[in-house]
Design a protein around this ligand. Structure first.
Ligand code: AP5
Length: 213
């Protein structure tokens, strides 16, 4: 009998490496990557009223109100691809009220990954981050430079990537989730190796406990 698909949440300060790790996790585990920040940026790009409101908060590095974020995330998690393949939710929840709201809709993760990175490193990552608008790939001028001159020439910077923002978040809440803390101040491959080990162990445990019918 097929195992239920994996449900993972990943959290950490701005520029802690969530997006970078999500790319590696989805490549290996085939989960649907759902980024609260990406959903909000898509809403802004659509020019909707919610998007305009969200942008005001994001520019200041503040959390967008729950009224906008919660339904957006819930709707995406409910779609068929997420339900069939499992999901990797990135940047949500960012408060206990967001966690409670999602739980109320019946969405609970199997594992909650927290990336821990010291503040001085976060600032360096934010300031050096660049985005390829064509492929959506994230680069860093120093740690993950573009492969070709052509890509280098078209890289853009996110409107909210400022040193100020890097200092603005410090999550101080906890949930009744199964939580694993990962040291994010290492190379992206080393960070992924820690996550990969945790996920493989979890899958192994599942296999061991599920009835062999
Ligand atoms: P969001 O888009 O989630 O942004 P964030 O939290 O600021 O996270 P980032 O995307 O900045 O960083 P990341 O952790 O993905 O790092 P990355 O992999 O790019 O949110 C944006 C805004 O939307 C929020 O400020 C808020 O206003 C709003 N929002 C979002 N979710 C919300 C919610 N739930 N409720 C309310 N409001 C919400 O890496 C960063 C850089 O470092 C890159 O250049 C990368 O190449 C480099 N790098 C990554 N890993 C490594 C490594 N191991 N070593 C060296 N360099 C590395």
């Amino acid at each position: 009998k097929a195992e239920p698909p994996l449900k993972i949440m990943i959290s950490g300060a701005p520029a802690s490496g969530k997006g970078t790790q999500c790319e590696l996790i989805t490549q290996k585990y085939g989960l649907v990557h759902i980024s609260a920040g990406d959903l909000l940026r898509a809403e802004i790009a659509s020019g909707s009223g919610n998007g305009k409101l969200a942008k005001e908060y994001m520019e200041k590095g503040q959390l967008v109100p729950d009224e906008i974020v919660v339904m957006m995330v819930k709707d995406r998690l409910s779609q068929t691809d997420s339900q069939q393949n499992g999901w990797l939710l990135d940047g949500y929840p960012r408060s206990s009220s967001q966690a409670t709201a999602l739980k109320g809709f019946g969405f609970q993760p199997d594992l909650f990954i927290v990336l821990e990175v010291p503040e001085d490193i976060l600032i360096e990552r934010v300031v050096g981050r660049r985005l390829d608008p064509v492929t959506g790939k994230i680069y860093h001028l120093k740690y993950s430079p573009p492969e070709t001159e052509e890509i280098a020439a078209r890289l853009t910077q996110r409107f909210d990537d400022t040193e100020e923002k890097a200092k603005s978040h410090a999550a101080k809440w906890s949930f009744d989730y199964c939580i694993i803390q990962i040291k994010g101040n290492r190379s992206k491959e080393e960070v992924f190796a820690q996550i990969d080990t945790a996920l493989s162990q979890m899958l192994q445990q599942r296999n061991n406990t599920s009835p062999s019918s």
